[in-house]
Design a protein around this ligand. Structure first.
Ligand code: NDP
Ligand code: 8X3
Length: 253
């Protein structure tokens, strides 16, 4: 199968972290990849590094019109997307709910929830019509296990988890697959820099740990996609060996 015939994968948030590693890995695996994000310079650098199998396509997950215009706004030859990797997302802040900034909450919901459902809705009809496809989303352990300061971020990932489960119900009878990846502590991305707005505080999150790395996530995505078409991985929870759910807490007195 030559490049023109290769499966097409749209990766959101491919300008950094997991998304960039996923795009790199999938191009090396032989897929054609549409790499999206807001930072055009990063997209251009990826295209330069990875060649014609990668299409850089600027896309803001908060731009409802741009999301609704997909896939028709893509160049000819790139519109029949086989796999959507819903990776773009963010956490903002670690303040308790009573202190959190409402604009941060709105931004997380707009990106992790609203943008994700809008792009999924835009691309699903083509997958169903072709009777093949795969939606892979980046949930999080924060969608399952509560912790202080996760409030709306964790809730947005719980939404993703249940949306993916419900998609499986709606797509039953088609050959469109749905997978939710739920990683725990991961380093090597801009996640904590974005969340804490401070490089030193972000570095401290990973100090003395051996976190999951973007290439580990890319490996998992590659594996899930490469399984035979009759196998659907519903969800995978990944934690680094140095992390575990630490149980319930009680305050006395
Ligand atoms: P990074 O901050 O490194 O990357 C986030 C990506 O999302 C960037 O490419 C950014 O691109 C993109 N993005 C953010 N907002 C928008 C927007 N409005 N429009 C388009 N793109 C946007 O984070 P990670 O790689 O670590 O995280 C990727 C995903 O994995 C997220 O959904 C995150 O919640 C999830 N996750 C992360 C974990 C971690 O510990 N790192 C663990 C579990 C899940 P740009 O700024 O160029 O637009
Ligand atoms: C990212 C992992 O633990 O920071 O989703 O919420 S965590």
């Amino acid at each position: 199968e030559g490049p023109a015939m290769a499966m097409k994968v749209l990766v959101t948030g491919a300008t950094a972290g997991f998304g960039r590693a996923i795009a790199e890995r999938l191009v090396h695996d032989g897929y054609r990849v549409i790499a999206t994000g807001r930072r055009q310079d990063r997209l251009d650098a990826l295209a330069k590094a990875l060649g014609p199998s990668l299409l850089p396509f600027r896309l803001d997950m908060n731009d409802a019109d741009a999301l609704a215009a997909l896939p028709g706004s893509l160049p000819p030859g790139w519109q029949e997307i086989d796999v959507l990797v819903n990776n773009a997302g963010l956490a903002l802040g670690l303040d308790k709910a009573q202190d959190a900034t409402i604009a941060d909450w709105q931004q997380m919901i707009a990106t992790n929830v609203t943008g994700l459902v809008e792009i999924t809705r835009a691309l699903l009809p083509g997958m169903v019509a072709r009777n093949r496809g795969h939606v892979i989303s980046l949930g999080s352990t924060a969608g399952t296990y509560p912790y202080q300061g996760a409030n709306v971020y964790g809730a947005s990932k719980a939404f993703v988890s249940q949306f993916m489960r419900n998609l499986r119900c709606d797509l039953l009878g088609t050959r469109v697959r749905v997978t939710n990846l739920e990683p725990g502590l991961c380093g090597g991305s801009e996640f904590s820099t974005v969340r804490l707005r401070d490089d030193a505080k972000a570095a401290a999150v990973y100090q003395g740990t051996h976190p999951i790395l973007p290439e580990d996530i890319a490996e998992t995505v590659s594996w899930v996609m490469g399984l035979p078409a009759h196998v659907n991985i519903n969800q995978i929870e990944l934690m680094p060996t140095c992390q575990a759910a630490a149980g319930l807490a009680v305050v006395k007195g």
